[in-house]
Design a protein around this ligand. Structure first.
Ligand code: ASP
Ligand code: MG
Length: 476
């Protein structure tokens, strides 16, 4: 049995839904008759839907009725378009259309209560965010049935049991496994394809939780582990994990095989095709993971296993991330030992941001200049500044700290493999960026000698990545 996860872009519109249904129907036909052969599907919300849902909740908390109502209307329209396009002649059409209207009616009631309260809790946000996957899974199951594949949508709140850390819940694997075996295996045994919502879980008492943004990959790994799947396939829109983002470097090469540890490292550095939490559940059961392309289903993609084959190509990868801003905390108190200042300030800043759920993908410090650089997502910038201003009282005249912002930055990480090249990846990458005259705003190096991250102006990122890719000899 293969657990297949399809992300938001894979179900971005009616055409993409149809493509996913083709892939699943193809797999289903191939496995006909095999014991426990039917594919399992884990699906994300349609692209942008989770953001829209959450933006609607923030608007509701601000009392902005017009915005949350238009959010709801836009979501209704988006999903009904898919229903109309793909289920035109299907007996399920009325029921699925009704389900979409019903769920979004419930969303509207939820938004109204948030507006009355004038605030929204993380717990409330999880319930709001869970609507996207409920809609996409119900539609996908119906589209499969319309093609003659028996399929049933399953709300993961029924099967993925988590703790109550809303917004970032962790699965309770034993309970989850029991539920999966009881609820999902009988379907598989009857030849029915389960279409399970990604991203969502519920506490033992049944309160909806989410596993964190981008968490559907993690869901697939949890479900694969709980069902003892043969493999877990993450369907994305590129040919696996590559030496660079192929949208930037068309000649980028697929890393055909990786170990669990290497893949986890790349995911940690921001390889967007794989959520960093995905590896752990599959490692524990030794289940192979594949990253494949839903736009090009015959491409083998990247295989991730415990022990990759000996003859594989060992290549470094360049991972780039945009949509970031850099926040600098500076000190004007020269009297204090600078090392002590930076460490203490760093600890306080990182702790406060962590408590507020702000993700800090990169962090660096300069002891001599008494300054600290924090890279955060642009959408977190305002919240992050408010938190740091409160923590360090930077708005007070006698404050010893100042805050600066550098909007529109990007990070470029070069994640190498030991022994790949004699000069070492770090100095090689530095030299290349120097030759290219890229403005490097901040640098962070891993404890290992073969990974390094640069923060650069966003508008220089594309060129710098192309240059680096060529300079590191990754072009064939
Ligand atoms: N829909 C969720 C999100 O946007 C989960 C996912 O796409 O993996 O974060
Ligand atoms: Mg994703």
């Amino acid at each position: 049995m293969i657990v297949n996860k399809f992300g938001g872009t894979s179900v971005g519109d009616a055409g993409r839904f149809a493509n996913v249904a083709d892939i699943v129907a193809g797999q289903h036909a191939q496995t006909l008759g095999a014991v426990r052969g039917v594919p399992v599907v884990v699906v994300s919300a349609m692209a942008t839907v989770t953001n829209q849902l959450l933006d609607g909740a923030w608007a509701a908390a601000d009392g902005d009725v017009e915005t949350f109502q238009s959010t709801k209307a836009a979501l209704l329209d988006k999903h009904l378009q898919v229903v109309d396009a793909l289920l035109r002649g299907s007996p399920d059409r009325i029921e699925v259309g009704g389900f979409v209207e019903d769920r979004l009616g419930e969303l509207d009631r939820l938004y109204r209560s948030i507006a009355v309260l004038g605030e929204v809790t993380v717990r409330g946000l999880d319930t709001v965010a869970s609507f996207g996957e409920q809609l996409s899974s119900t539609i996908l199951a119906a589209v499969l049935r319309d093609r003659g594949v028996r399929a049933e949508a399953i709300h993961a709140a029924e099967v993925v049991v988590t703790d109550d850390q809303f917004g970032q819940a962790a699965p309770l694997m034993g309970r989850t496994r029991d539920r999966l075996q009881r609820r999902v295996l009988p379907l598989i045994d009857r030849g029915v394809v389960p279409v399970i919502t990604g991203f969502i879980g519920a506490t033992e008492r049944g309160v909806t939780t989410t596993l964190g943004r981008g968490g559907s990959d993690f869901s697939a790994a949890i479900i694969g582990a709980g069902l003892d799947a043969d493999e877990v396939w993450i369907w994305s829109d590129v040919d696996g994990i590559l030496t660079a983002d192929p949208n930037i470097v068309p000649q980028a090469r697929t890393l055909s095989e990786l170990s669990y540890t290497e893949a986890a490292n790349l995911a940690y550095y921001g390889a967007s095709v794989l959520h960093p939490k995905t590896i752990r559940p599959v490692i524990e059961r030794g289940i192979p993971l594949r990253i494949v392309n839903s736009f090009s289903p015959t491409h083998p993609g990247t295989l991730i296993v415990e022990t990759p084959s000996e003859g594989r190509d060992l290549l470094p990868a360049i991972i780039s991330t945009t949509g970031l801003s850099l926040i600098a905390i500076g000190s004007h108190d020269d009297a204090r030992g600078s090392g002590g200042w930076t460490l203490e300030t760093a600890a306080r800043a990182l702790q406060r941001l962590d408590e507020a759920g702000v993700y800090v993908p990169m962090f660096s410090q300069s002891f001599s200049e008494h300054s600290l650089n924090l890279v955060v997502r642009k959408q977190d910038q305002a919240r992050c500044l408010a938190i740091l201003c409160r923590e360090f009282a930077t708005d007070r005249e006698d404050s010893t700290c100042s805050l600066g912002v550098n909007e529109d930055v990007a990070t470029i990480s070069v994640v190498g493999v030991p022994g790949w090249n004699e000069m070492g990846i770090v100095s090689h990458a530095f030299a290349a960026l120097g030759n290219h005259h890229t403005r490097v705003i901040a640098v962070a190096q891993a404890a290992t000698e073969y990974s390094v991250s640069f923060c650069v102006p966003e508008d220089q990122m594309t060129e710098a990545v192309r240059y680096l890719h060529c300079e590191l000899g990754l072009e064939r």
